[in-house]
Design a protein around this ligand. Sequence first.
Ligand SMILES: *Cc1c(COP(=O)(O)O)cnc(C)c1O
Length: 374
Amino acid sequence: MKKKQIYVTEPSLPEVEEFIPYLKDIWETKWLTNNGKYHKQLEVDMADYLGVDYISLFTNGTLALITALQALNIKGEVITTPYTFVATANSLIWNNLKPVFVDVDPIYGNLDPDLIEAAITPRTTAILPVHVYGFPANVSRIQEIAQKHKLRVIYDAAHAFGVCLDGESILNHGDLSILSFHATKVYNTMEGGAIISHDAATKQHIDQLKNFGFMNEISVVAHGINSKMNEMQAALGLLQLKYHKSNIDRRAEIAELYHTGLSKIAGIRLASSPAGLSNYNYGYYPIFISESIYGQSRDSLYHYLKTQDIIARRYFYPLISQYSAYQEIGAASQLSVPTAEKISKEVICLPIYPELDPEDVLRIIDLIKEYRSH
Ligand SMILES: *Cc1c(COP(=O)(O)O)cnc(C)c1O
């Protein structure tokens, strides 16, 4: 029998029996979308769970990002990172904004605050950092720079569900933050997303934007889009919230196994925990391969693991600025991003999810140990 393939992640789901009563209720009431009771409940419960003021639920994270930029009426140039999922920069293009890619720090792969100011021009209006792998970007330095230059800050917090810095939700930083509840994220509603805002008026504006711009039945006050979350997504979200803490505990155990097994292999750097991180979500387990010391390239390790039915992923390779669609808009001819290029060639994200068998984790560790050439 062929061995089961182990992917970088596997979505967590509650028992289907637990979901069925919600489905029956939705079928009975025939309230399928448009701020239904599960949607309302999830906005309240999730804000409470995460320790934030206001949440607007979305059909996915990308539309949340596109709408966040609309909500703050961002124009011109936006400073962002090339070391992220392509949706970060695509959301700028969909708003007719110019992404300006600034290099990242070599440890976590987050936007390097020391390099932001040099990239600011008279056309710069905002900064769009990412909390890569759920590791907090340097929120205090970014805040200082934004204040000094009167820039807005929108965090792409797609990886940062439940992450706290110094005991407080990372989502309370910046003007807005967005979340993704895609199947591959630590908390999923199959597809889904959210915008976190800090005052009622902003939430109301965002809620209008995600519903065509309607303020009420007869008045449209903004050029909105349709990016509403439906009742099935919201009902699943309520159940997922119940199991989130225990899922994170399982992920933490797996991360600990990797950490113990991999920390003494020459040529492999593990991502260390940033200072002040008080709640981490273990959404990813990135390791960085130094070819000259490990004796094999990142790519050969990636392909070797594949032959052993371990489907790791090179998050994030290539950089956004290296994609052909971005070469065409001249993104590559902008600032140089040597650190992002370097870590993009070294990184490999290992499988991590609550139901991953510890035996499989130990096997992955052994494969990585054995493959090293001496
Ligand atoms: C997943 C992800 C998104 C997009 O979210 P979707 O819900 O898939 O639309 C945006 N940014 C980052 C960094 C992501 O990882």
